[in-house]
Write a new protein. Structure first.
Length: 71
């Protein structure tokens, strides 16, 4: 049976840049939503913020270390 792996770091540099841009927009949106909310923090905005940070970190690793792309 073929071994299946999850590839968390984008496989090409343009995909890394795309993930970096999407992560930045998502993080900015989450921060603005959390800053405008007077009540408790909306759960989905917090989850989106954490996902945005993960996207930014993985894209940065892919750009900084090309040997790790697609792994």
């Amino acid at each position: 049976m073929a071994e299946r792996r999850w590839h968390v770091i984008p496989s090409t540099a343009p995909l890394c840049w795309l993930n970096l841009g999407v992560g930045a927009v998502l993080l900015l949106s989450s921060v603005l939503t959390l800053a405008r909310t007077d009540a408790q923090a909306p759960v989905l905005s917090v989850i989106a913020g954490v996902a945005a940070v993960a996207l930014i970190v993985l894209a940065t690793v892919g750009l900084a270390r090309p040997g790790l792309r697609g792994r």
